[in-house]
Design a protein around this ligand. Structure first.
Ligand code: KG4
Ligand code: ZN
Length: 341
């Protein structure tokens, strides 16, 4: 089984070719950091135009890398949401055109499902059900992954996503965009105990995350401490919140095979180490995809396509692009949430 995957929901344009037996034959990616940097964040209109320019050459390059053609693919998987709608439409419409031209099925992939299943691409031994901490620029969720297309949301953020908190903190500290890697780097040279910062919702009986108060506390402390100490103290607070909320979810999840972390923030080494320790304390295996598979990419979309095709799940050519698309439609709305897809 060979799947072409396309990703264009935020600020990475990507194309990949992945087989049903987990071989990544090609994965190409074009970032847009330079185009968005002057604005300190992703500008949707700029992103959509950049996807239009980048996507076709990336697809051609992916086919050349893999030494295959469109006629060889068994399905085309494209991110259909959630995300910035202009960008999502670019990738989804391209995917539909290629699927139609090749006479192969289209798979409209939920970007979050791409992240959620990505650990099974890098780890063939990861079986359902597993507890997933999905931490990215737009999301901070704990999900019980029971199977393909079977996700139960145990917790989400009531305000900012974890990656968003990193990006906003980076902006406050003058570390530029994208912020996560810059904060991690600055934090490595700082004292995590230097600045007393809040741990929103830590110890609370409700299961959710909150990071807005932490960001505001960083804003108040700017100028009174070194950038390194602020970054280290912020990162330590995020780690405390993530581990505390995840500990609660482990207790509520029932039997799971592993604690898994995915999404861009999973690229953060101290966060991975803290979660690994938490898994160990609870006798759980810890799984984190390699860094390139944590941040947005098309291999995870192709792999989700492979998993869905194996399960007989394909989509019609009029599948809609969706700005918002919860993985668990049954999950209750939470107080304060609803801004993020
Ligand atoms: O999954 P992703 O690539 O895109 C979304 O779907 O959001 O995640 C991007 C987010 C950004 O907020 C970025 O700052 C954060 O992941 N990130 C990190 C690190 N690398 C990326 N956050 C903390 N530490 C990192 N090393
Ligand atoms: Zn993502």
């Amino acid at each position: 089984m060979l799947i072409l995957g396309l990703e264009s929901s935020c600020d990475e344009t990507a194309a990949a070719l992945v087989t049903g037996d987990r071989r990544v034959l090609a994965h190409r990616l074009a970032g847009q950091e330079a185009a968005h940097r002057p604005y300190g964040g992703v500008v949707p209109e700029i992103a959509a135009r950049a996807h239009v320019e980048a996507l076709e050459p990336l697809i051609a390059a992916a086919f050349a890398d893999a030494g295959v053609t469109l006629a060889d693919v068994d399905a085309v998987a494209a991110t259909a949401g959630p995300g910035l709608i202009g960008g999502v439409m670019v990738g989804l419409v391209t995917g539909k055109a290629l699927a139609h031209a090749a006479g192969k099925p289209l798979i409209a992939v939920n970007h979050l499902e791409g992240h959620a299943l990505s650990p099974r691409l890098s780890d063939p031994d990861l079986d359902f059900p597993y507890l997933l901490l999905l931490v990215s620029g737009g999301h901070c969720q704990l999900l019980l992954v029971e199977g393909v297309a079977r996700y139960r949301r145990l917790a989400t953020t009531i305000d900012d996503a974890a990656g968003e908190a990193f990006d906003k903190t980076a902006k406050l500290l003058g570390l530029g965009f994208p912020g996560g890697p810059a904060v991690e780097q600055a934090a490595a040279a700082g004292d995590p105990k230097a600045v007393p910062l809040p741990r929103p919702l830590k110890g609370s009986p409700e299961p959710h995350f909150s990071f807005a108060g932490l960001k505001s506390a960083v804003a108040r402390a700017v100028g009174q401490h070194s950038t390194e100490d602020l970054a280290a103290s912020f990162q330590a607070a995020v780690i405390d919140c993530l581990t505390d909320r995840t500990r609660g979810a482990i207790a509520r999840a029932g039997r799971v095979t592993a604690l898994v972390v995915a999404g861009g923030v999973a690229a953060n080494r101290p966060i991975r180490e803290a979660l690994q320790g938490l898994a160990g304390e609870n006798g759980l295996r810890f799984v984190a995809p390699p860094l390139w598979l944590c941040t947005d990419n098309a291999a995870m979309i192709a792999w989700a396509g492979a998993e869905r095709l194996s399960a007989g799940l394909t989509d019609p050519l009029d599948a809609p692009a969706r700005a918002r698309w919860p993985l668990d439609p049954a999950a209750e709305a939470v107080r304060g949430a609803g801004v993020k897809a």
